[in-house]
Design a binder for this molecule. Structure first.
Ligand SMILES: Nc1ncnc2c1ncn2[C@@H]1O[C@H](COP(=O)(O)OP(=O)(O)O)[C@@H](O)[C@H]1O
Ligand SMILES: [Mg+2]
Length: 265
């Protein structure tokens, strides 16, 4: 039996009268590329906010390596190995690429409160900071952003800013990466580059990914499995081909009447 990395167990998340997530359940295998698709307002970002524990679902459970993470602080969730990127870029615009990636490392830093006392000691914070810088340079090579290393992020073209955000998430050494619309607003060339890096992250680094996308095209090309949601509810789960052919999914995208029910579970 393979161990499940993440289990999302029938979660419900309401904001006042709005049910953003309505009994959504799925699981993620180690190293898998899982996609969540659905129209705008379907609840995709809310699912990420529930996993990150930015918002706490009123019902259901979320387990990481079999342990419930309900009630865990968002920064602690990140330290467990669940990193994310945002629908709208959230970087430190005036800081350089290297500095932004280092903030990802510092989330993992254990010795920071002792930094003053132990800075020069054997295995102290200085050693750790050197290691952090080495890891950041590796990620910069991996994402092919060498030429921007020392530039403030604000000066980078949009596609590269999105790549830096991916880099910062990678700097946290995640086992699971949550990518919220990583190609939104990109041109075709930027989209193809990002798709390649997402696949490299999965295949070369062995990191599991949940990819949230509004647009079905990218998902159909690269995802192992797909969950389709509409109005907060799951409407289909399966391979990209199965989900693409599902009448409720087609209905959701064309905006025609459809019944809500989990057909392909
Ligand atoms: N913090 C919030 N407060 C109130 N309503 C919210 C909040 N976040 C999301 N919602 C509502 O939940 C629903 C799902 O939103 P969201 O998860 O952002 O959808 P998607 O990412 O699929 O476009 C929407 O109706 C949205 O207005
Ligand atoms: Mg969203």
């Amino acid at each position: 039996m393979t161990e499940k990395l993440l289990e999302v167990d029938n979660i419900v998340l309401r904001f006042g009268g709005v049910t953003a997530i309505n009994e959504v359940g799925f699981h993620i295998e180690p190293g898998e590329l899982f996609a969540i698709i659905g129209p705008n307002g379907a609840g995709k970002t809310s699912i990420f906010n529930a996993i990150s524990q930015v918002y706490r679902p009123q019902e259901g459970d979320i387990r990481w390596h079999g342990q419930s993470i309900m009630g865990t602080r968002p920064d602690s969730v990140a330290r467990l190995g669940i990193a994310r990127t945002f629908q709208n870029i959230e970087l430190f615009a005036q800081m350089t690429v290297i500095e932004n990636l280092l903030t990802g490392r510092h989330i993992q830093m254990k010795k920071s409160w002792l930094a003053g006392a132990l800075y020069w000691g054997p295995g102290g914070a200085k050693q750790e900071e050197l290691e952090n810088r080495r890891r950041v340079e590796d990620i910069i090579d991996f994402l092919e952003i060498e030429q921007w290393r020392k530039h403030p992020v604000a000066l980078l073209p949009y596609g590269f800013q999105k790549r830096v955000e991916l880099g910062r998430a990678l700097a946290m050494d995640p086992q699971l990466l949550l990518l919220d619309e990583p190609v939104a607003g990109m041109n075709l060339e930027e989209t193809e580059d990002m798709a390649r890096f997402i696949l490299d992250v999965q295949r070369e680094l062995g990191i599991a990914i949940i990819l949230v996308e509004h647009d079905m095209g990218l998902v159909m090309d690269i995802a192992d499995r797909v969950l389709a949601v509409d109005f907060g509810s799951p409407i289909a789960i399966g391979t990209p081909t199965e989900v693409q052919a599902n009448p409720d999914v087609i209905g959701a995208y064309l905006g025609v009447e459809h019944s809500v029910g989990l057909d392909n579970a």
